[in-house]
Design a protein around this ligand. Structure first.
Ligand code: SF4
Length: 91
């Protein structure tokens, strides 16, 4: 079973309007690029024009981006509040 299928069984409760992770206004691009591969959910993206994209929905709350890049790219990294965020399903 590939990773996408495995990730597909997890459920996300998105706290609309209150993202738990917020990118800095001018993230360090060298640092950002590390996360194109390092984020296990593939949430850090760069298109062909060089524009960067990040969406906190689907975050696995693994903390990799915070540990790897911290404030060089992030304005905020928190766990989602209360019942929001990921609900892991195993099997
Ligand atoms: Fe990706 Fe993990 Fe950071 Fe969430 S915490 S955005 S899954 S690297």
């Amino acid at each position: 079973v590939n990773v996408d299928v495995k990730l597909g069984v997890n459920k996300f409760h998105v706290d609309e309007g209150h993202p738990h992770i917020i990118l800095a206004d001018n993230p360090d691009m060298a640092e950002f690029r590390k996360l194109l591969k390092a984020c296990p959910a593939g949430l850090y993206k760069q298109d062909e024009a060089g524009n960067i994209h990040f969406d906190s929905a689907g975050c696995l709350e693994c903390g990799t981006c915070r540990v790897l890049c911290g404030e060089t790219i992030l304005e905020q990294w928190e766990y989602p509040q209360g019942t929001f965020g990921i609900e892991f399903r195993f099997g």
